[in-house]
Ligand binder design. Sequence first.
Ligand SMILES: [Zn+2]
Length: 90
Amino acid sequence: MLADPCPQCGGIQVRYRGKVYCTSHDDLSSITTLAAVSYDSVVAQMREVLLTRLNETTAALGTEKDPTKQDQLVSLAAKYFDLLQKLPQK
Ligand SMILES: [Zn+2]
């Protein structure tokens, strides 16, 4: 909640994700829409990054001769894979 009232109607203002909304005249349902879009875009980006890393790790594992490094790569790939499966499916 902000100290200053709305300059347009004198209503109570709230700040959410860097934007100021008036609780009296702004449509607050747009806030939940914004949050949903943001969550979806983060999940999409995360999936993309994880797939890229998983691909790189798998490629590195294919050429790695050192068993200790193979172990690290397998454990890394397992984490990426695990995280990918935890992402909401579309
Ligand atoms: Zn207002």
